[in-house]
Design a protein around this ligand. Structure first.
Ligand code: ZN
Length: 200
């Protein structure tokens, strides 16, 4: 078997594994620890990241792409995103540090302590997380961020904030750009989440 066929088969097996894991009862308790997939599990190309402190806070994004499905699992979406960001955008790696999906999973992209490519002026200072969804096609536009996606988002944002000693930035992309990103639902949730944390 050729190497590329072998790699493709391994990736298909990994995609199947993700689907099997998705069949487990999801963690539906706020504050629970989500399943975190590594870059190797996703099948991302290995890339040497540029270290960055990400010490000012975090920023939330929406992919605007199709939401993951059995036909197009998150692993495959993320590998396509990585190829697009490297080959078309000319970036070093997939742009974001993390991704979350509606099954409440967390996907390691650039990961911790690595400079992202997600918002001009914020890449060395802000950890970035992207929700997979938001495609405007009529087949997908009713797929809104799920409660589990928000549990995963909160886990990432609060974890990063704790590392920074609390009271760090927790921004939606639209607060620093004219874009609508991360969409009305996620932005409303983010404002509520920040208010709850400030009151706690
Ligand atoms: Zn954005």
């Amino acid at each position: 078997m050729s190497l590329s066929k072998h790699i493709q088969r391994m990736r298909d097996e990994l995609d199947a594994l993700e689907i099997a894991l998705d069949d487990r009862p999801p963690p539906d308790v706020a504050g629970s620890t989500p399943r975190v997939f590594t870059r190797d599990e996703i099948g991302l190309k290995p890339v040497k990241g540029k270290p960055a402190p990400l010490s000012v806070g975090s920023m939330v994004h929406i992919s605007g792409g199709k939401p993951p499905s059995e036909k197009m699992p998150a692993f495959r979406i993320l590998r396509t995103m990585q190829n697009y960001h490297i080959e078309v955008k000319g970036w070093r790696d997939v742009g974001y540090n993390w991704a979350v999906c509606n099954r409440g999973h967390v996907y390691t992209l650039r990961g911790d302590g690595v400079r992202g490519a997600h918002a001009k002026g914020y890449n060395p200072t802000h950890m970035s997380v992207v929700w997979l969804g938001g495609n405007k096609h009529k087949r997908y536009r009713d797929v809104k961020p799920s409660a589990l996606a928000f549990v995963a988002l909160a886990w990432l944002l609060d974890g990063h904030d704790s590392k920074l000693g609390g009271a760090a930035d927790m921004l939606g992309h639209r607060e620093k750009s004219t874009k609508s990103c991360p969409g009305d639902e996620i932005f409303a949730w983010l404002q509520e989440h920040r208010a709850k944390r400030a009151a706690a």
